[in-house]
Design a protein around this ligand. Structure first.
Ligand SMILES: [Mg+2]
Length: 174
């Protein structure tokens, strides 16, 4: 796993499948900053088990997500990344832990942030889904980018036999 601060640190090789997370990777909600998720988990864990805490935080997050307007994290460096993906005959798709019932709002929010992409997949955990996508699309290498350590670790574990590069993004504009 490589820790990075922005998309310009992502190395795209020929014929790669580039899989990016959405929240705090491409777009952000100002009321839910970098440590929001972790802080909320800690709060709930005082009263309940880890799994329930995770579920409760997800529910809180979904409420805010439905009312707040997101902003893109870095339009210029995102465009540069798109250019590198194109130049290397690579393919881009997004993989989010957002529930599938947020499919339409997710596409709309991405569009509003200037991110026009239809290839959006919903799954949590992410490891098995990355394997499924890899088996579906012919590529020489997978590049996975996410801001949550547990997602990166899950993907690394599931894909350890494969040619994959995982990036843990702690975006400089968050
Ligand atoms: Mg995220």
């Amino acid at each position: 796993m490589k820790k990075i601060k922005n998309y310009d640190e992502i190395i795209v090789k020929e014929n790669s499948l580039v899989i990016l997370d959405i929240d705090n990777t491409l777009i952000k909600f100002n009321s839910m900053g970098k440590t929001w998720w972790k802080d909320r988990i800690e709060h709930y864990k005082q009263h309940t088990d880890a799994e329930t805490a995770n579920k409760l935080v997800y529910d809180d997050w979904e409420v805010t997500l439905n009312i707040e307007i997101p902003e893109p994290l870095d339009c210029d460096k995102y465009q540069d990344l798109l250019e590198r993906i194109k130049m290397t005959n690579s393919k881009l798709m997004l993989l989010t832990a957002r529930d599938i019932n947020l499919k339409d709002i997710t596409i709309n929010q991405l569009n509003d942030c200037g991110i026009q992409i239809k290839d959006v997949h919903h799954s949590y955990p992410k490891g098995k889904k990355v394997k499924e996508l890899y088996e579906q699309y012919e590529c020489d290498k997978i590049i996975f980018v996410d801001d949550h350590l547990d997602n990166v670790e899950d993907v690394e574990l599931e894909m350890k036999e494969y040619n994959i590069e995982c990036y843990l993004l702690d975006h400089e504009n968050l």
